[in-house]
Write a protein that binds this ligand. Structure first.
Ligand code: CA
Length: 234
């Protein structure tokens, strides 16, 4: 899901159309003060952020988001000289685009920024991204909100894709200090992990139990379904 923050409806509509044609889901917000609460709840894959907005300006929003998230942000400004100033202020944006822009260029920049931010941590499962630095896993652009233990389990299974991992291996992966934990503990963590995955991506059951041995991660044949398209404006 790409969040478009733009107070000019016509421009927002053009961006939405081009991004949709390129296969992205979008959501449009016109009001500066609505951005942070929405982003916190919906964890967009990327934010296109206009600089001049009613109620709260883009720079302020960008800095606020950066204190809590490293979601890719592309700032859009109407003045080319603003770009130097914005870069100097270390707003935390990943890229800057000047108006007037070609929508094609925006789509290309969106793709480039997404590639850069997701490149090293893509997992074998379509739509699943594991961010080692932040211990964060997203499925179809939505945060799975895993605990550190759940993240480590998912990462270990992901590295061993297609191979059966015994409970002992999984225990070693999460507790390298050789703590003694019951088999049940692993089962309980995996159960929670699968529940979170099922909650975000219905039908995305890529962790399978192997009777009497442990678990294995098997990529889906089909891409996981994306969350429902929300196209209303705020
Ligand atoms: Ca504006």
């Amino acid at each position: 899901m790409i969040l478009i923050v733009e107070d000019e409806p016509k421009l927002a509509g053009v961006l939405r159309d081009y991004l949709r044609q390129a296969g992205f889901k979008t959501f449009w917000i016109a009001n500066g003060s609505a951005v942070v609460p929405w982003a916190r709840e919906h964890a967009p894959a990327l934010i296109l952020l206009d600089l001049m907005l009613p109620e709260r300006d883009g720079l302020d929003i960008c800095r606020d988001i950066r204190t809590r998230s490293s979601v890719p942000i592309i700032m859009i400004t109407a003045r080319v000289e603003e770009i130097d100033r914005l870069q100097g202020l270390e707003s935390g944006a990943d890229d800057y685009i000047c108006k007037p822009f070609s929508p094609r260029e925006v789509v290309a920049r969106v793709r480039a920024v997404l590639r850069r931010s997701e490149g090293p941590s893509l997992s074998p499962v379509s739509g699943l991204i594991l961010d080692q630095d932040r211990y964060q896993a997203t499925l179809n652009g939505q945060d799975l909100e895993l605990t550190a233990v759940e993240f480590k389990l998912l990462q270990f299974l992901s590295v061993k894709t297609g191979k059966v991992c015994t409970r002992q291996q999984l225990m070693d992966s999460i507790y390298p200090d050789e703590r003694i934990v019951a088999d049940r503990t692993i089962d309980s963590h995996i159960k929670k992990l699968r529940r979170k995955i099922a909650f975000i991506g219905a039908g995305s059951d890529f962790i399978h139990s192997v009777y009497g041995v442990g678990y294995k991660l098997e990529p889906l044949a089909e891409p996981a379904p994306c969350p429902a398209d929300k196209e209303e404006s705020l």
